[in-house]
Design a protein around this ligand. Sequence first.
Ligand SMILES: Cc1ncc(COP(=O)(O)O)c(C=O)c1O
Length: 386
Amino acid sequence: MSPLLRPSKRAQAIEPTLIRALRAGMGPETIDFGLGQTDLAVTEAVRRDLCARHDEPVRAPYTPNAGTPAARRAVADHVGVEPDQIMLTCGVQEGLAVAILGLCDPGDEVLVPDPGFPAYANLVRAAGASPVPYPLAAPTVERPGWGLDVAAVEERLSDAARLVILNNPSNPTGSVHGEANLRALLSLLSQRQIGWVSDEIYEDYVWEGQFISALQASDDGEGIVLSGLSKSHHMMGWRLGWMAGPSETLRALTPLHQHLVTCAPLPAQQAAVIALANHDQAMAQTRAEIGGRRRQVLEALGDVGLGSPPRSAGAFYLFVDVRPWLSKFGTTRAMAERLLEEEDVMVIPGEGFGASGLGHLRLAYTIGGEQLSEGLGRLRKFLMRH
Ligand SMILES: Cc1ncc(COP(=O)(O)O)c(C=O)c1O
């Protein structure tokens, strides 16, 4: 590599994800339980609006940095805040980058969930700050899902702690944080004068228990909620997300967003107005489809010796405890590689999401129909053979 074009320390701090390394081994026929995106088409109202407008002349100007007034209003009404408390972003990914780069200085500590979405720790490192993983509480017989462990967060709050990142419902565990725990954590952070960022991209996928947004659970609102249309309206590639938070904080972060991306894509902002006006109806259909897949997965795995897999209460992930198989394979990575080799089925090893994910595999029920049945059949065969 040319020494003149040597990547910066910031770029080198980004660790390549295990997901990408494993996906390199996939073939054209691989059944893919690895990808965190649905195989569904954009929701009906969005598609109809696109078709209805296909004869119109197309102008594609930049929009105001925080978004068009119409799209900000639509998101604000959806979230239950005022438009000046909303900034539209290029997906939650950009919202995370703006929040972390915009709120953290070198030397700060940022608490990130473990297991958790790998972008959190990587963006914290890119900001020159230090990620401090806080373990989620592993499932027990009494509480079959993963949970928020407030004491574990508290133990890790040093004087350098600047921000705590929450993800609810959670990727990869599929858990939904209970209201009491969430309120206790946000109240602790308020006492300790530490901000929070809550990634709620899976808020529309709640199968068991009650979801409450950190915006509602917080008494002082000293945090930012991130969400968007990628998962709910299957618009992953359209790049439409939002930040909801105190208006003065968003105003202060707008120049960073401006110099990164200028604005969220205009067609996606236009689609957001339509998508959110039809949200409840669209989500009823989506939930029926994805909920059916979830039932199929839970049934198929329940009777192959996995006992009762921790039930995915939210999102579209099942985080399966495969420790009984590890005496044979050594690590979950080795197990995932063998599954790919022997059955051409892709799942993600839990250690790709942090040390607390060891001994687990993440299975995304983002595929349906024949693919899902065939994939589950192969997975069952593999587990029974070993
Ligand atoms: C927890 C979590 N946050 C954010 C994202 C990215 O969302 P977006 O497409 O809005 O950037 C993902 C995508 O898989 C995710 O799992």
